[in-house]
Design a binder for this molecule. Sequence first.
Ligand code: 1HE
Length: 264
Amino acid sequence: MPFQPFADLPSSLRAERQDALAILRLARPEKRNALDDAMVRGIETFFTALPDDIKAVVLAGEGEHFSAGLDLGELTRRDIAESIAHSRMWHRSFQQVEFGRVPVVSVLHGAVVGGGLELAAATHVRVAERSAYYALPEGSRGIYVGGGASVRLPRLIGASRMAEMMLTGRTYDAAEGQAIGISHYVVEPGAGLAKGIELARRIAENEPLTNFAIMHVLPRIAEQDPTSGYLTESLMAAIASGNPQAQQRLKDFLEKRAPKTVQQ
Ligand code: 1HE
């Protein structure tokens, strides 16, 4: 079913709804899903205007690649001040992905490079198909990352690995990417979307307040000094467990109506 609230998205983005999930696809395969201004603004619009009954989002790319990053064709047309504003626009957009209302599962395949990797890094769960590979070609193009990678990637893979990727143009394949912390899962080619949807459905069943804490409170605690972090954690824990829905879920477990935590 097409997603009516997003009828004004650019044709390079396709949104659809599956029950409580929204699926957003980068749909510019002829340019390997290179991200132009319309797409980056469209991503911001999509995440800002998500209907209240959407509980999780799956982000994927059409064609052979997730995304070839920044549309290099647009780059030559900007002066320095415009480039700063452009990077800030990417930051705003990807902030809506990372710190929006609902968790986002990305499905990665083929090239996940430059700005494509920056977009993936803003999502909460990353599923890679075996074809996925990661690179930061900015070094060889004479530019620098501008979509938040300097902040987000060191958290995933460390500043040293990121610097080495940029200096040498190194690519990591899907298995290596999982080993260093880029993706959480690796699946067979063509199986990414189904896995992404399966995970998003599970996420959508969580208590919204817990998902909020995971998205908004956990990353802030991780940046606090430990003493403040422990305090913030205790406050969030008390708020979450005081939630009547949490009380009901605990009761359901104790009265054997809820599933056990078993190895999958
Ligand atoms: C593009 C772009 C692009 C493809 N901007 N047009 N990103 C990069 O440096 C990666 C550049 N792209 C590539 O290395 C390759 O295209 C791929 C490895 C991703 C795919 O290769 P392939 O053989 O499947 O496709 P292709 O033939 O290279 O490209 C098909 C078309 O897409 C072609 O256009 P056409 O009109 O000649 O058909 C390409 O020009 C076009 N295309 N990638 C514009 N990126 C906020 S700062 C972020 C900074 C960055 O992201 S820097 C990294 C940029």
